[in-house]
Design a protein. Structure first.
Length: 330
């Protein structure tokens, strides 16, 4: 009953309301009063700044269509070749096999060659101890030589290692020699003393009788094939060649310190061929004096030279001297 009673007054009110929502007191023929919405002024148009150009809509970016790529199939690859291992090297019997991938052996440089020659030096003096300037000094059996300076000093280099004989000669003096040993890479000393030659109490009657012509040492050596025999340490009184006969003969006269004369007769006993190296004594024979011949005699071979010696010395003394026979060609 309550709901129905409330509906009736609402219906009556709706019937009394004027149409179109206008108030009941509006005059007929007049314009309707504006509503609150219609009384609002219109919104002003947006102002444009002259400096600002009108906005231009950006054109859409063109669509890039990638070109079509033709797919070409890759050429077929040939099958990989199979590596062939190197042939194995079999070691010789009794030798170990080399280690695989062994590093090469280090090469050690060869050490420098050891010296094979040395130096000989010394002083040449006279009997009073004074130096002999200009004395000729040589190593016997070689071409090594030197000339003594103003004080008599000399030096010879490149002397082969081993025992050597140094010989000195000067005008007016008896040739002297000294034995020493050259040492490789070192210097050794060899002093020499020269003395004046002795004089004989008797003249050389054989030379004065004729049949011999005096020659120098070089000519005598040439006649004998390059070698001239003489006793080392004795002075040479004279050298001569035979003027009779067809066979070449050389006569060498030497004096001892006491003036005793020794006569050497030399001739070639074979071909005049000189072997390399120093000439050496190869044979010696002594014959003592006798009633038939009052002098001591001896025969010796010096290389291809045959030497006959005679002297008034005792056989033992002559033998000791002949053992010192050497080449005196220089």
């Amino acid at each position: 009953g309550t709901t129905a009673s409330n509906a009736l007054p609402a219906a009556a009110a709706a019937a009394e309301a004027p149409p179109n929502g206008r108030a009941g007191n509006q005059r007929p023929g007049s314009s309707p009063a504006p509503t609150q919405q219609e009384l609002r002024p219109p919104a002003p148009a947006p102002q444009r700044t002259p400096a600002q150009p009108p906005a231009v809509a950006a054109a859409p970016a063109p669509r890039v269509v990638p070109p079509a790529v033709a797919l070409v199939p890759a050429p077929a690859q040939p099958p990989a070749s199979r590596a062939v291992p190197p042939p194995s090297v079999q070691p010789a019997p009794g030798r170990p096999a080399p280690a695989p991938n062994a590093a090469p052996a280090a090469v050690t440089p060869a050490p420098p060659a050891a010296p094979t020659t040395g130096t000989v030096r010394g002083v040449v003096r006279d009997a009073n101890g004074r130096g002999l300037a200009g004395a000729q000094v040589a190593v016997r059996g070689t071409s090594l030589s030197a000339v003594a300076d103003g004080s008599g000093a000399y030096e010879i280099a490149n002397v082969p290692d081993g025992p050597v004989t140094v010989q000195a000669a000067a005008s007016g003096y008896v040739t002297a020699s000294a034995d020493t040993r050259a040492r490789a890479g070192a210097t050794v000393a060899a002093d020499l003393a020269l003395r004046t030659p002795p004089t004989s109490g008797e003249p050389d009657r054989e030379l004065a009788a004729g049949g011999w012509a005096t020659v120098d040492r070089a000519e005598a050596a040439t006649l004998l094939g390059g070698t001239l025999g003489a006793i080392d340490g004795l002075s040479i009184e004279s050298i001569s060649k035979s003027t009779a006969g067809t066979r070449q003969r050389v006569r060498v006269v030497q004096l001892t310190e006491t003036g005793d004369r020794i006569v050497l007769s030399e001739t070639l006993a074979g071909a005049a061929v000189r072997a390399p190296g120093p000439v050496r004594l190869t044979a010696l024979r002594i014959v003592p004096p006798s009633e038939a011949y009052p002098l001591s005699t001896g025969t010796a071979s010096l290389g291809n030279l045959l030497i006959t010696a005679r002297s008034s010395l005792a056989p033992e003394a002559l033998q000791a001297l002949l053992q010192r026979l050497t080449d005196a060609s220089h």
